[in-house]
Design a protein around this ligand. Structure first.
Ligand SMILES: [Zn+2]
Ligand SMILES: [Zn+2]
Length: 149
């Protein structure tokens, strides 16, 4: 489908309206519409009202949301939560020097109980990751569970 060409602008008597781009632009030389000279910060802003309570942290009116870079802004709180979650995951690295991988000695471990030296939980020895090499004849054995390995 061919888009119809826009009709040229005409005066009421039928003569064409000529749009002079230079004249149009000349009329806009009075000042900037954006940028630093146009910024109305604080009391220079017509909407500024000193009587309204403002947030101490970022100066925003207290009924409005914090500035996005403020520590109390929602997004920042979310980041803090993410940090907390990271901190709560404590990676316990236990010394596994004298421990053997269960896979190699599993035939010794059927029916044997184990106790994890990392998190102190009781489990079945074949379900552990490693067991102490001196405990293969014992029950229960010292072990390292899969979470602590
Ligand atoms: Zn704030
Ligand atoms: Zn464990």
């Amino acid at each position: 489908m061919v888009k119809p060409r826009r009709q040229p602008l005409r005066y009421e008597d039928g003569t064409f309206k000529i749009i002079d781009k230079f004249k149009q632009n000349a009329g806009r030389k009075g000042g900037l519409t954006t940028g630093a000279t146009k910024a109305r910060i604080g009391a220079s802003n017509g909407k500024y009202d000193a009587s309204r309570a403002r947030r101490e942290c970022c100066g925003v009116i207290s009924t409005r949301s914090h500035k996005s870079n403020c520590v109390n802004h929602r997004s920042q709180q979310f980041n803090a939560l993410k940090g907390l979650r990271k901190e709560s995951i404590i990676i316990t690295k236990v010394n596994s020097e004298d421990y053997l991988k269960v896979g190699g000695v599993i035939s010794w471990l059927y029916g044997v109980d184990a106790n994890c030296i990392g998190c102190n939980q009781n489990l079945k020895a074949p379900k552990a990751a490693k067991v102490h090499k001196d405990d293969l004849q014992k029950n229960p054995v010292r072990a390292i569970c899969r979470k602590c390995a």
